[in-house]
Design a protein around this ligand. Structure first.
Ligand SMILES: [Fe+2]
Length: 325
């Protein structure tokens, strides 16, 4: 039986549902008992129902065609980690296939799983360029949603994305990897949506041990939110590792050296650099000297020094005013 939800949990769920609804795919968001928590209007139309009638319905009560789906839904426990699909009978002859590739993610007391509609008909597939732009715009919108919750970090996601992509460019990484860096930069702190605003906006150095732990939990939340989205690259994993450090002093898993993806190392350096060189209400922007201290002197063992060198060059070129002090 589900525990009674608090108002703030309800608000958080509706915020998460809204965000998921912004993705340019048809989807079903299910809880662990198979109840449809959220969907989009088009999916409901394909199934032949109104959205308001589809939300709240149990997937097991629908006309499911695939045995994989049926088995998986009967044995919830076993199916938690399996990649699976559900074929549902819709209005048309061809069954509607919804796929998921990850585990359930937990937000508050609820467990959820996102199923994305797989359209195998190329004629119906959106034009690649248009689709790409739509994804980019959606990702930017989500990045802004995080910053609305913590206005002190306004523009942080976009700037981290720009720095990370420029580093990727100078390291001559492939176009795919540069795109991955851009998306990871914009989404790296999406998990902060699940962190209370009072903790987010507390000045550095004034948080209690428990508050620091809660704040650090944002990386797990980011991972949970992103892992079921079928990106063609490991975006959720890159985001998951952006607070790991080469000497093993980072979190959440204390990964070391080569265990940390290069893209995560790049996002990490870009993140720290932007935080230091940007104005926050509780402290003015510190200059490049401080960045040098943090990333080169104190960070010798934590950050890849080639990445740091490139990042500092980029800041020197783009933020000349920081050198006037
Ligand atoms: Fe972060």
């Amino acid at each position: 039986m589900m525990m009674k939800e608090t108002q703030s949990e309800k608000n958080l769920y509706s915020e998460v549902f809204k965000l998921i609804g912004m993705f340019p795919s048809n989807f079903l968001l299910l809880d662990q008992t198979g109840v449809i928590l959220e969907t989009d209007r088009e999916t409901a139309e394909k199934i032949g129902l109104k959205k308001k009638d589809l939300v709240g319905k149990k997937i097991q009560d629908m006309d499911i065609l695939s045995s994989e789906g049926k088995t998986a839904l009967r044995g919830q426990e076993k199916a938690e980690k399996a990649k699976m699909h559900i074929d549902i009978r819709g209005k048309e002859e061809k069954p509607l296939r919804f796929e998921t590739s990850g585990e359930f993610f937990e937000i508050g007391a609820r467990k959820m799983r996102l199923f994305i509609f797989k359209d195998s008909d190329p004629v119906k597939t959106l034009e690649a360029a248009f689709y790409k732009e739509l994804v980019e715009n959606t990702i930017s919108a989500i990045s802004k949603a995080v910053e609305l919750k913590d206005p002190y970090t306004f523009g942080h996601g976009i700037r981290v994305a720009e720095i990370a992509e420029s580093i990727g460019d100078r390291l001559e990484l492939s176009e795919d990897k540069r795109l991955l860096l851009r998306f990871s930069g914009k989404l790296h702190d999406i998990g902060k949506l699940a962190i209370p605003v009072e903790i987010l906006t507390k000045p550095f150095g004034t948080r209690s041990g428990l508050e620091i732990k809660l704040l650090q939990d944002h990386v797990n939340r980011s991972y949970e939110i992103l892992k079921d989205i079928n990106f063609p690259f490991p975006l959720a994993e890159v985001v998951y590792q952006h607070h790991e450090r080469l000497d093993g002093s980072g979190y959440p898993r204390g990964l070391q050296g080569g265990e940390i993806l290069i893209e995560s190392q790049i996002v990490a350096v870009s993140d720290v650099l932007d935080a230091i060189t940007t104005h926050r209400p509780y402290r003015v922007a510190r200059g490049v000297k401080e960045a040098w201290q943090e990333l080169v002197v104190d960070g010798k063992k934590k950050y890849d020094q080639k990445i740091v060198e490139i990042a500092l060059d980029i800041i020197k070129e783009t933020k000349k005013d920081l050198f006037k002090v």
